[in-house]
Design a protein around this ligand. Structure first.
Ligand SMILES: Cc1cc2nc3c(=O)[nH]c(=O)nc-3n(C[C@H](O)[C@H](O)[C@H](O)COP(=O)(O)O)c2cc1C
Ligand code: SF4
Ligand code: SF4
Length: 375
């Protein structure tokens, strides 16, 4: 469970992420120094993008010739290694955003630089030269190639992120699932004009860690993403220290008060699959039934799963609640005298209740998306 010193209880690849805010890459702008200057208010930062093989380097040259800002180091592998060193000394989890045209180029880079950073595949850039080089958004139109790239990096035992633009691939949830099964740990989603519904669709299709991106500079927008399944949000154009500090303070305050910063809405209010943690016993016709069907859980499996997961924990208790156990009780923000009286009697704060509901939701997600689903 989270502690006062760690209100988010969030980690990537075993490394603690101190706040669920990331800096998204901007070619020619975001490097380790840029991230260092903002490190107090972010938990992750992605330097780059860096073009790493001859076709993408040539594309970067053409883009720079057309007036775009690009990083064009003489020796990209040495430069990415240097950036990785600088990032690994910061109190943030660092990543590098990479443009590559082949899986081999990524695997070779990971072989040289090692697991000091997260490797983020740029499947986002829609500049013509980059797409012609077989990189950026080209990969969203050729998902098999993107999957191969993820596999190539995962085979080097490094943490893989994929940066996508929503609404380009045939199906974003299907793509997310395939990328997770191939070994990606993070999906960095530029939502463009899509709203939180896109985040919920992706969350319902895989347990991959989701970073929601695009215009995430207001607390309300960020909370909308969190309550529909995002684990982090990221900022590029508005990654100025003032905006980051304001968001960090507001999110930290919220987490300190409510205990689970990205708690889903109740299922019947549009929540994602994690909301099964707040669902009742299956006794009525409601959104629970179709959701169980979608995630291939029978009613009995659902009941047993929750009963088993809360066994020996305080959520097992609650004989005066609707269904005799807090396992079936609603989100703390849904008013309920019965539950609140039970919590008071047990000496459990609403914050602790929500933290325990988060643990229950993790057990549910592990069951719905077992690791063996990976290919
Ligand atoms: C100048 C600039 C350069 C960018 N370069 C990259 C890049 O190299 N790789 C990438 O994945 N995204 C790149 N992006 C996209 C951003 O990371 C981000 O997805 C986009 O700007 C939307 O998020 P925002 O509203 O926080 O800016 C770039 C964006 C800008 C404005
Ligand atoms: S089980 Fe309860 S909380 Fe879940 S969708 Fe049905 S009515 Fe809503
Ligand atoms: S006791 Fe209250 S919180 Fe628990 S299931 Fe019933 S209405 Fe929901």
């Amino acid at each position: 469970m989270s502690s006062p010193g760690d209100p988010f209880d969030l980690a990537v690849d075993g490394h603690r992420v101190k706040t669920p805010i990331a800096i998204a890459s901007m070619a020619g702008v975001v490097d380790a120094a840029y991230i260092a200057a903002r490190a107090d208010h972010v938990g992750m930062g992605f330097a780059g993008g860096y073009s790493i093989d001859p076709p993408t380097i040539e594309a970067s040259r053409r883009m720079a010739g057309g007036g775009r800002c690009e990083f064009l180091p003489g020796d990209p592998v040495a430069e990415i290694g240097r950036q990785a060193d600088l990032l690994s000394r910061l109190p943030v989890v660092g990543g590098v955003n990479l443009r590559a045209s082949t899986p081999g180029a990524l695997a070779d880079l990971a072989g040289s630089v090692g697991d000091r950073v997260i490797y983020e595949i740029d499947a986002h850039c829609r500049q013509k030269p980059m797409m012609e080089a077989g990189s950026g958004e080209f990969l969203l139109h050729h998902p098999d190639r993107l999957v191969e790239m993820v596999r190539a990096l995962a085979s080097r035992e490094v943490m893989v992120s994929v940066k996508i633009r929503a609404g380009v691939a045939g199906s974003d949830p299907e793509l997310a699932r395939r990328l997770w099964e191939a070994g990606a740990g993070l999906l960095h989603v530029d939502l463009m004009d899509a709203g939180h519904a896109k985040i919920r669709q992706i969350r319902n299709a895989s347990p991959i860690m989701i970073i929601a991106n695009n215009s995430m500079q207001s607390f309300d927008r960020v909370m909308e993403m969190f309550s529909h399944g995002a684990d982090l949000v990221s900022l590029a154009r508005h990654s100025d220290p003032e905006t980051l500090a304001g968001l960090d303070a507001a999110i930290t305050r919220y987490a300190g008060e409510f205990g689970w910063y990205n708690a889903p809405k109740q299922l019947c209010r549009g929540g994602d699959v994690r909301a099964l943690t707040f669902c009742c016993l299956p006794v009525k016709d409601c959104p629970l039934q179709p959701t169980l069907k979608k995630v291939n859980l029978s009613r009995e499996e659902y009941v047993n799963l929750k009963r088993e997961a809360v066994k020996g924990t305080p959520l097992q208790d609650g004989q005066y609640t609707c269904f005799g156990s807090l396992a079936w009780c609603c989100k703390a923000t849904s008013p309920c005298l019965l539950r609140d009286a039970t919590l008071e009697q047990m000496g459990m704060t609403k914050k602790e209740y929500m933290q325990r509901k988060r643990e229950l939701s993790r057990a549910i997600m592990d069951r719905v998306f077992p690791p063996r689903a990976r290919t």
